[in-house]
Write a protein that binds this ligand. Sequence first.
Ligand SMILES: Cc1cc2nc3c(=O)[nH]c(=O)nc-3n(C[C@H](O)[C@H](O)[C@H](O)COP(=O)(O)OP(=O)(O)OC[C@H]3O[C@@H](n4cnc5c(N)ncnc54)[C@H](O)[C@@H]3O)c2cc1C
Length: 469
Amino acid sequence: MTKTSSHTPIHVIGGGLAGSEAAWQIAESGIPVILHEMRGVRGTDAHKTDGLAELVCSNSFRSDDATSNAVGVLHAEMRLAGSLIMRSADANQVPAGGALAVDRDGFSNAVTAALESHPLITITREEVTGLPPEEWDQAIIATGPLTAPSLAEAIQARTGADSLAFFDAIAPIVHTASIDMDICWYQSRYDKVGPGGTGKDYINCPMDEAQYNAFIDALIAGDTTGFKEWEGTPYFDGCLPIEVMAERGRETLRHGPMKPMGLTNAHNPTVKPYAVVQLRQDNALGTLYNMVGFQTKLKYGAQAEIFRLIPGLENAEFARLGGLHRNTYINSPTLLDRSLTLKGRPGLRFAGQITGCEGYVESASIGLLAGRFAAAERQGHAPALPPETTAFGALLNHITGGHIVSDDEPGKRSFQPMNINFGLFPPLEPGTVTKPEAMKRFRGKDKAIAKKHATAARALDDCARWLKG
Ligand SMILES: Cc1cc2nc3c(=O)[nH]c(=O)nc-3n(C[C@H](O)[C@H](O)[C@H](O)COP(=O)(O)OP(=O)(O)OC[C@H]3O[C@@H](n4cnc5c(N)ncnc54)[C@H](O)[C@@H]3O)c2cc1C
């Protein structure tokens, strides 16, 4: 039964990152919510629990730097907007250098408890098997990259557009006690301390050139999961399987997740490692560490064998091996209006990764916006869109305005899932960034950093103004 309020409830389908945040924002504005989550009745290929806002892979919300990193700016804007996801993340953070990482169970438990105890939120554990019925006049679909098939089919039938499917890969998790600390050492890159960190938050495994080459050979030769059905499906570059990166070039990993910069081997400080594998704390107890950037579609047997070639991981025990999962998202630029409503179906919104954003924080932030827009509409107001200069606005603009067809190949879709990045923000007004008096020359890296600072400051000012109304 719906909890008491003079308003008709808004239905949110999916209690993941986006749906949980949307439900919270709606309820906090005084409107009742019915949150429909299928886990408890039906699982997905990646979720392990029935908890709301479960993190299915990494436990990191990425950089928390709100002055020079776009996702850090998004964190800050979400905190300004009273985000439940950020509140729960902050309360459950584990050390991770400059990143905001969380104890995944503590985080999910905090979100679940807050939603369950909110007087205006009712949670029903059920699979929604078709488009929301017309009598749910206001609804948000936030069913994520692993949307249950019957709902995905209904969306496809209604929109007439192809839902695109491709694969994200999960990184393995190692039992800390099985890591050889006579070979590995604790250090954050450039000794960065970050929120809740110590400068020694990562476990580092060093490789010399011969070890690196042997490892690359093994990765390329490794047995991968049978993949016929989806061959030709494009990977999202931010989540490439490690063996695909290795195939792209011998040096790719050494310049990507295995880069040795900013790290000094505590056991052998005078010899610079040729490459380094980093592991990041995965739970509050510190008993599990995940292999950073090591998403993979290698078969389980091959993974264990190949990853034990890494110095320090010869006897590694894996709490979870890597894997591959489907990602479903709609062609939002054609299907949704600026307030995330499906064109031709007033009151029906989409939120989260299914809209074509990518990542936990981005998904939650689009849930936050969808929730606020739906609540405004229920109260009889037109939704106030965030300025495009904010991280919220930049991401929303990418989703609802991201380009659709390529000039070279008319009709071909080019909309791709995207993490928030400074490239999505409008350029600064000319003259915003000027040479500091003390600086002799002002270009290159210094100028790029100054531009990021100015873009971030503009975003936070504009966001605060937008939230004041
Ligand atoms: C395998 C994998 C690994 C990933 N790794 C990362 C990572 O390391 N870092 C990162 O930032 N992002 C990662 N992502 C992306 C991440 O999943 C999303 O960014 C985020 O979880 C999406 O949030 P969401 O709320 O849109 O979807 P979800 O968090 O998946 O929530 C959707 C919810 O809807 C429910 N649901 C689905 N269908 C129905 C239905 N018909 N009826 C009722 N309920 C339904 C599901 O059970 C789920 O709880 C990964 C995604 C996948 C698939």
